[in-house]
Design a protein around this ligand. Structure first.
Ligand code: TYM
Length: 328
């Protein structure tokens, strides 16, 4: 298992319910590698101090949410330079057209913004991230599926050219009902839409955002299909199974007010993240612990990525480790 998450600010419910919760679930299902994608974040975060802070917060948040560094390898992407070299090898088999079709780049261009080569080649770095650890399963939200397809494409081409057993072809893993978590406005929850509910934000601020969630204008008496309502979808993430079933019934019956649903979301969210909040406070007061976790993680990750890189280097005709470093 492998997945990455960008340190571009605090994690929101989409990150947690779409991806992080899977990381935690899967850490007992096999060998798991999870990393903080700081190289990817460089395409948007240009202030060094902020980036350092975001990386640190991301590590604390992941551990507070239940990622166990004893069971899963947690590390920072840039601590494994092998991945950058692997990116280059993959870049040599990447058709321009494939990257032109990728949505992050296409969206930016469509908005009339200029893209840099970092954003354009972003999916190739992501492919290297995945292939470097021989990943079979990549737990993600729906928005990353296209990138995993690109990864499979590139790995397939490389294998076709240089030998079938160089790269393992990975598959995405999505969670039913949380692959595209809606934001407060009903669109996909995303920092760029400013519609997020953050996992660790202060309760008064979160309450304010929840109470302002947009709702439809149908009368309170009308029965409604819960699955069509983003407020219900948000509640279904944080409420208990019983509460969610009762809420669905209420929607189908009609005659309820959205204000009450919002209050229920506030209360359930508060409870859902209470333990993680406490753990976060403890971790924050012990900074050397996080440094240690990331150092151990980097070492384990480098060992695996080094082997895969070596396999790829030799296969495509670059000098292998047995010849490299000799005097002549
Ligand atoms: P990022 O940092 O944008 O998002 C991290 C994870 O959160 C998921 N996600 C969502 N899931 C459901 N609903 C939403 N509204 C929502 N918003 C975000 C994302 O799908 C993702 O799983 N390119 C990646 C980082 C990356 C990576 C990798 C991932 C770099 N290398 C290798 C997997 C494997 C990204 O920007 O994710």
């Amino acid at each position: 298992m492998l997945s990455g998450i960008q340190p571009t600010g605090r994690f929101h419910w989409g990150n947690y319910f779409g991806a992080i919760r899977q990381y935690i679930e899967l850490q007992d299902a096999g060998e798991a590698f999870y990393f903080i994608a700081d190289l990817h974040a460089l395409t948007t975060v240009r202030e060094p101090e902020r980036l350092r802070g975001f990386v640190r917060d991301a590590a604390i948040d992941l551990v507070a949410l239940g990622l166990d560094p004893e069971r899963a390898t947690l590390f920072v992407q840039s601590d494994v330079p092998e991945v950058a070299e692997l990116t280059w090898l993959l870049m040599t088999v990447t058709p321009m057209g494939l990257l032109e079709r990728c949505h992050a780049y296409k969206d930016k261009k469509a908005r009339g913004l200029t893209a840099d080569a970092g954003l354009f080649t972003y999916p190739v770095l992501m492919a290297a991230d995945i292939l470097a650890y021989d990943a079979d399963v990549v737990p993600v939200g729906e928005d990353q599926v296209q990138h995993i397809e690109v990864c499979r494409d590139l790995a397939g081409t490389f294998n076709h050219l240089y030998g079938d057993t160089i790269f393992r072809l990975p598959k995405p893993r999505l969670v039913d009902g949380a692959a595209k978590v809606p934001g407060t406005d009903g669109q996909k929850m995303s920092k760029s839409y400013e519609n997020t509910l953050d996992v660790f934000e202060g309760l008064p601020a979160q309450k304010k955002k929840i109470m302002r969630i947009t709702t439809d204008s149908r009368s309170m008496e009308e029965p409604k299909d819960p699955q069509q309502d983003h407020l219900y979808q948000l509640f279904s993430l944080v409420g208990s199974e019983k509460e969610v079933a009762e809420m669905a019934e209420l929607y189908r019956r009609g005659g309820f007010g959205y204000g009450d649903v919002k209050k229920a979301v506030v209360a359930a969210a508060n409870e859902a993240f209470a333990t993680a909040r406490e753990r976060r406070c403890e971790l924050e007061s012990n900074p050397s612990k996080i440094d240690e976790i990331l150092a151990v993680g980097a070492e384990r990750a480098r060992a695996v990525a080094g082997n895969v890189l070596e396999r790829a280097r030799e296969a495509c005709g670059l000098r292998g480790s047995s010849t490299r470093g000799r005097n002549q």
